[in-house]
Ligand binder design. Structure first.
Ligand SMILES: Cc1ncc(COP(=O)(O)O)c(C=O)c1O
Length: 461
């Protein structure tokens, strides 16, 4: 065992051994569940007496770092989760800000389909049987799972049945449940691959749940699949990479599925904005290529509103029972009325109409953004525009640092995010900003865009 033991004797040696073991457990180097070698083996390996080792191990058991199980020896005990350290405020805590809000991650909240939601709510309250208001079905209301199976097959090419769907309170809850299942499937402390760059909250959540996050670079074809090795899962955004906006190429999709089949790894497909594709025919979900290896996650956060906290998991058959088990102690549950309302909006075609309407608006906004940049900031490069609700605007290195550019925009009352906080390895990223062009209300968009372009033109270089 690799322990950093300070030289010493007697009491000092025992205290040093305790310190080294504590540090190894706290840092996660020794993950919960890890079995320790016998005291005899440890004593031999470390070159100390068996008595010293036994005393140190007893002390760590008393302190709750280790636990002793009959017939299975000593193991690292489950540890309280460390606080999540996020390099930027979590999206969930982002306040509404005065000024011009072009941060990514939001649809136009002013476009919430209030009239349709109200009509569907009336219908649900008039027609739902009393039994609908009883204790929850942990996997979600069957009416919604049926509607989703039909909708996802038609709109996203997802091959599934209602029995494979679990309704969740947002993507992060879905990811939390998946990590729990992976702890049983691949063992605690397994490695999970993330795209680099990515939304940093998700790898942070993964690590909080006892897995290791690996950061795999992305190029213009998406994830560098050939860098994957023995990860238990790879989390990807194939339709529109977050935040770069590239699409996972057909060759990489095939490569990714072959990796999963070869290695036994799973693919977590985060289809957060898959409904919004502008230039080409929609890119179907990866899940359709390998329903037995892909865990698909969809959400209403971009199509309707993040405040609904309404998302869904589509599972391979082998994970249905383990995931149901994971929901057992999980009380994050979407209330049944919202679920039935969404089911009704899908059944009546209102959701499709709403998405078509938003797609037309966002495409126009995207076009205006492209024209403004080409006309007034020709030295900047706009990318990731074929789909989704955001684009990346990159500047030549000599235009100054990303931090000074963002500072200048903030002082001009414009809120956007820099690209670099999304990277795990940040050193060589050129200055760039992520523009959420869906965020402003429709009637304010032209003004917001004009202000952004003016401020960028006036930015000190
Ligand atoms: C990459 C990515 N995945 C998923 C989501 C959706 O998360 P949720 O369903 O928790 O709102 C977002 C939201 O911004 C996102 O950026």
């Amino acid at each position: 065992m690799d322990l950093h033991l300070q030289a010493g004797t007697g009491e000092g040696l025992r205290a040093g051994l305790e310190l080294a073991l504590r540090e190894a457990v706290r840092s996660g180097r020794l993950a919960p569940g890890t079995r320790l070698p016998s005291s005899r083996t440890l004593a031999n390996d470390l070159g100390v007496s068996r008595g010293t080792v036994t005393q140190a191990l007893d002390q760590l058991v008393a302190e709750g770092y280790l636990e002793s199980k009959p017939r299975s020896g000593l193991r690292v005990a489950p540890q309280p989760a460390p606080p999540i350290e996020s390099p930027r405020p979590s999206r969930a805590t982002l306040p509404a800000v005065p000024g011009i809000d072009l941060r990514s991650g939001f649809p136009d909240l002013a476009a919430f389909p209030r009239r349709q939601w109200l009509a569907a709510t009336r219908h649900v309250l008039r027609t739902a049987p009393n039994t609908a208001f009883g204790y929850r079905d942990r996997t979600g209301a069957v009416e919604l799972r049926q509607a989703l199976a039909e909708y996802l097959g038609r709109a996203r090419g997802v091959a599934t049945t209602p029995a494979h769907i679990v309704v969740c309170a947002g993507y992060a809850q879905a990811l939390r449940l998946v990590c729990q299942v992976l702890s049983h499937h691949a063992g605690p402390g397994s490695a999970i691959a993330y795209e680099d760059p990515t939304e940093p909250d998700y790898p942070a959540l993964t690590e909080q749940l006892g897995h290791r996050a690996r950061h795999i670079p992305v190029d213009q074809d998406g994830l560098l699949v050939d860098r994957l090795t023995d990860e238990s899962a790879a989390v990807v955004t194939p339709a529109h990479q977050y935040p770069l906006g590239v699409t996972l190429s057909p060759a990489r999709r095939v490569e990714l599925v072959s990796w999963a089949r070869r290695s036994g790894g799973l693919i977590v497909e985060d289809d957060y904005d898959g409904e919004f594709r502008y230039d080409r025919r929609p890119v179907g979900a990866l899940q359709g290529m390998a329903p037995d290896r892909v865990i698909y996650v969809g959400t209403t956060s971009k199509t309707i509103a993040p405040g609904l906290r309404l998302a869904w998991l589509v599972l391979p058959g082998s994970l249905v029972d383990p995931l149901h088990e994971a929901t057992r102690w999980d009380e994050s549950y979407v209330n049944v009325i919202d679920q039935l309302v969404l089911a009704r909006l899908i059944q009546t075609g209102e959701l499709d109409r709403h998405i078509r309407h938003c797609r037309t608006r966002y495409r126009r906004r995207r076009d205006l953004l492209g024209q403004a940049i080409a006309g007034q900031l020709p030295y900047a490069r706009l990318s990731g525009v074929a789909a989704g609700l955001h684009a990346v605007l990159q500047f030549p290195a000599h235009t100054g640092s990303e931090a000074s550019l963002l500072g200048h925009l903030e002082r001009s009352g414009i809120h956007v995010e820099g690209l670099s906080p999304f990277y795990h390895r940040r050193e060589n990223t050129p200055p760039a900003i992520v523009i959420g062009y869906a965020t402003p209300a429709e009637h304010t968009y032209r003004h917001a865009l004009g202000a952004l372009v003016d401020a960028l033109r006036a930015a000190p270089t």
